[in-house]
Design a binder for this molecule. Sequence first.
Ligand code: BGC
Length: 424
Amino acid sequence: MGNPSVSAQLRNTFRFPAGFLWGASTASHQVEGNNRWNDWWELEESGRLPHRSGEACRHFELYESDFDLARSLGHTGHRFSIEWSRIEPREGHFDAAALDHYISVVRALKVRGLEPVVTLHHFTNPAWFGHRGGWTRADSVRLFRRYVERVAAALASEVRFWITVNEPTVYVMRAFIAGDWPPCKPGSWIQAGLALRNLCRAHSAGYAIIHKYRPQAMVGLAHSAPYVVPLAPARRVDRFAARMRDFVLNALSFRLLGRPPSRVLDFIGINYYARQVVRWSARGTATLVGSEHKDIHCNDGRQFSALGWEVYPQGLQETLRRFAVYQIPLIVTENGIATSDEAQRASFIEAHVRALARAMSDGANVLGYFYWTLFDNYEWTEGRSAQFGLMAVDTSNQTRIERPAARAFEKICRSNSIPMEERP
Ligand code: BGC
């Protein structure tokens, strides 16, 4: 006779398909250190950004031992980004040593059994590109294409999964609407529109180039996909504000890519962090995205991260279901929490992986899950304060310090399964 509680547990275990990718995501400027030739560095040094990236995590030198750690945590894939400003530090001048470096990075992943997922643009631009007007200029697409040609020629035979652009909408909103990211142009609506259009064109151009070098490549973009709901569904103005925000953040870039999206996307990368509860306000309407309601002290049972982002696993399930309608595979390219509470991090991961499992049981075709992020890093305008990492970093000597939740995630990765909550 089997143990009934064990068989209930087994019945309630979701098994992911063989080859499902488990890993963590990183981005060049946040971890490499000394990215001196990009637009962030320039503004960090001039004091126009609140924090300096400096040595970051010195991952540029330490990538091999970092990948050893990822492997020891049961990961089977790893997402990282190539720093355009290293490949092309001056306009038209390509640095062969930088390209060789990334070839070594890819090989270091592969010998450890980690499938590389390569991002070509993760928020930073070469400083010279910014001086020319960056993404607002039509020839930005040509310049990006030239960079992608070099990278694809060198790496396409080694890399199957590619992300052209990380979160085009977030980049544009921060750079040209909020204006707190380079080139720091608040309220520049026309520039925002031009930049978004050019980033979408750059994606399509990158898609074609990578396929030229590797017809079977899987090329996508990483889309920031908040789950947007109105504060009071009965209030028409709140519903309107939420619909507008959702359109701008979740639909607009897909419209700009043209239809059907499967023409230029082999998968959609979903970066999911939080639910956004939106209420109408005159100011919010002026920014097209409404005002977020996040009273983190109101004790209404909602849970928030240290950055005030609402923890809402069901939003991942809804989001995956929603994007599954495009009938293109999905990859969770980022999902994570900034917290100093390890129990909260572990339960965040488990709850989100369960939500992913539910979406997959409902038919969503998802190929992998990447936690954001491998270790604490330079979190843009938040500096070093946000603790998203599976590992902490002692910045005095760059030691990586494993966190308990890394082992909770390891269990999921190694078993390729997740015990589901008992159902009544
Ligand atoms: C970005 C990362 C960032 C993370 C947490 C994502 O939007 O792609 O670069 O660190 O969110 O804020």
